[in-house]
Design a protein around this ligand. Structure first.
Ligand code: CP
Ligand code: NVA
Length: 308
């Protein structure tokens, strides 16, 4: 079974072919209404179930539209409305869903839910975000960077703020796509050692730098994300904000990066917290291209999972 669980668990050549396929599909749709079918209708006759145990705008809509454009059908399930949220085991849920649908996309809290789903499902399972990683987002981000600036290999990416799930997938991608990553944030919110070590073991130069201005020197890409993720306790909000304020991405910080550095944010963003509106809406920002490319990248991921 070909699951898309994490970037470091997927062969680099396969990751590259997914990006190429996403670019081709995007180009083929230029100027066509969003609801028209792709010419080859790769998912005709297939049903994709999507389980959301956390809120979502981009993941929900882009997967749904992507399946429809490829001629397939979708089913949206919320964890709470399923027996999964009321005591049925993940393994049993996976076996049952596999009898009805051709693929499962799941957004959940603990990554053990994802791995158990993948272990027991007879159909491909896709990670739509866990507390620990967000691989679909980073596939779209790699595609976006390369659309604007060419190959990402050898470039310097700077992650600002919390070493969270999206940061983890960027570290995985650093190892697989061959770029360097500098993390800048408070020590309390460093990315997990395991993720840093893995990227380093694959030759990526991973640097931890507490000074945000030093960190962004020579950066080709500066990335921010929310300071409080969906899985974080709301009670930690004020403490996190106090720790993270020096890491806000604003025009002053962007000015310390390379003049042609891009700015990315997976969204949803909290304007004037992790990033200023000037940067979000400024010429270096590619945030809405990232959001659009979720659609194209995930279509490529689904095709790869189904061997299409
Ligand atoms: N970036 C992202 O995954 O957004 P959603 O939470 O809206 O799906
Ligand atoms: N780090 C954020 C990403 C949202 C897409 C979260 O997990 O809430």
């Amino acid at each position: 079974m070909t699951h898309f669980l994490d970037i470091h668990k997927t062969d680099p050549a396969d990751l590259r072919s997914m990006i190429d396929s996403a670019v081709t599909m995007k180009q083929a749709r230029q100027g066509r209404p969003k609801g028209t079918l792709d010419q080859d209708q790769a998912l005709a006759g297939r049903i994709v179930a999507m389980i959301f145990e956390k809120p979502s705008t981009r993941t929900r809509v882009s997967f749904d539209v992507g399946v429809r454009q490829m001629g397939g059908q979708t089913m949206m399930l919320s964890g709470n409305d399923m027996q999964l949220g009321h005591g049925e085991t993940i393994a049993d849920s996976a076996r049952v869903l596999s009898r009805y649908v051709d693929m499962i996309m799941i957004r959940t809290f603990d990554e053990s839910v994802l791995s158990e789903m993948a272990e027991y499902a007879d159909v491909p399972v896709i990670n739509g975000l866990t507390d620990r990683t967000h691989p679909c987002q980073i596939m779209a981000d790699i595609m976006t960077f390369e659309e604007h600036r060419g190959p990402i290999a050898g470039k310097k990416v700077v992650w600002t703020g919390d070493g969270n799930n999206v940061c983890a997938s960027f570290l995985h991608a650093a190892g697989q796509f061959g770029f360097d990553l500098t993390f800048t944030g408070p020590a309390h919110l460093d990315p997990e050692d395991e993720f840093v070590a893995l990227a380093r073991s694959k030759g990526s130069n991973v640097v931890i730098e507490r000074d945000a201005f030093k960190a962004v020197e020579g950066a080709d890409l500066v990335v921010a994300d929310t300071w409080v993720s969906m899985h974080d306790a709301q009670s930690a909000r004020e403490r996190r904000h106090n720790m993270l304020r020096p890491y806000q991405v604003n025009e002053k910080l962007m000015a310390a990066a390379k003049p042609d550095a891009l700015f990315m944010h997976c969204l949803p963003a909290h304007r004037e917290e992790e990033v200023s509106s000037e940067v979000m809406d400024g010429p270096q920002s590619v945030i809405f291209d990232e959001a659009e490319n979720r659609l194209h990248a995930q279509k490529a991921i689904m095709r790869w999972c189904l061997g299409l």
